[in-house]
Design a protein around this ligand. Sequence first.
Ligand SMILES: Cc1cc2nc3c(=O)[nH]c(=O)nc-3n(C[C@H](O)[C@H](O)[C@H](O)COP(=O)(O)OP(=O)(O)OC[C@H]3O[C@@H](n4cnc5c(N)ncnc54)[C@H](O)[C@@H]3O)c2cc1C
Length: 367
Amino acid sequence: MQSDRLTVLISGAGIAGATLAALLGRAGHEVTVVERDQGVRSSGNPVDVRKGAYQVAERLGVMSRLQDAATKVRELIFVDNAGRRVASMRTRQSDREVEVPRADLSAILVEAGRSNAEFLFDEMINKLHPDDRGVEVIFDRAATRRFDLVVGADGINSGVRRLAFGPEADFVEPLGMYVATATLGVPLERDDLVIMHNEPGTAVALHPGTGVSGVAFMFRSEVRIDHRDPDAGRQLLKEVYRGVGWRTEELLSAYLATDDVYFDSISRIRMPTWSRGRVTLLGDAASCVSLFGDGSSSAMEGAATLAAALGESPHDIPTALARYESAHRAVTRPRQRGVLIASHLLIPRSRLGIALRDQALRLVGRR
Ligand SMILES: Cc1cc2nc3c(=O)[nH]c(=O)nc-3n(C[C@H](O)[C@H](O)[C@H](O)COP(=O)(O)OP(=O)(O)OC[C@H]3O[C@@H](n4cnc5c(N)ncnc54)[C@H](O)[C@@H]3O)c2cc1C
């Protein structure tokens, strides 16, 4: 008789990969996770756990840890050159959501999966040889092994996607925007406010974090650079933010002096299909909604949908993968569409756009 216990390899111990490892490990599957980095990296802004992701966190029993690690942020205020509030919006829609620094969320999810899954850090997949019954995997350092299923949860620049589906350029749609974040520890008076300043095509935001504040630069630029080249990112930031007012000069100098930064293009991933045989994609690798679109919540929800589909038909992986894709695409499709709307709100292109946004927020606030 065929066993219900699958051997699953997950590439990436980020939000999607760690959630899936915890869920599949608890369901009794034999799970291995390979993560390119040496451990959980500390960079990254706070991210939201809301909607279906909140329920996933409850199921994993990590809600109280997430509450302890959560920020107190409830409001985003927009300020002018002199730091005066010109408009604001609420950031929390319900009591069933938390905002948690990305590194904390990632560490808590990895911890939740550790006792039921094998984690190999500083490791990656070099080659995949799929056949009808499984996938032979050649690793960078570990010995070659076979798995029933390989999941690429390795983020927007997924290595599994490149190996199984082809070059990144075929699937990545750059939206002409970039994001750069760093933890700076600049003292802030309030721990419940994010402060943002806009000039046409640029936003700079100070986030209180959880005791240690962070900065985020989000900007529009048609210049194409390699996001893996830190010097190119720093150079572009210097050019784009030259002469931008408020506290930008001070914050940019602090960012440029920091090593532990996150820099990426804001892109949408568009894949005609998420699975090829026994290789499938999850999280940003499959359907990045980048920055404004609930990327972390989508990643956790997708992991739960995939785990449920595999639980329903462990002997028929293609059917399980088709079910996962059809259900989770219905969740990510509208979120991907929402990215451009959110970008007009947070990074207006013109002074008129900024003024109209501020006016609209003031009208909403008066109601
Ligand atoms: C260090 C870091 C900081 C981030 N900061 C922000 C931020 O400030 N704002 C924001 O909006 N989004 C940020 N993100 C992206 C955000 O976490 C994701 O959009 C979202 O959580 C979806 O999660 P994911 O698991 O699909 O991807 P990710 O959270 O990106 O996780 C992917 C994981 O795969 C690993 N990986 C990548 N390539 C390979 C490979 N070839 N082999 C093995 N492992 C690999 C990565 O190291 C990472 O751990 C950050 C991501 C990372 C990795």
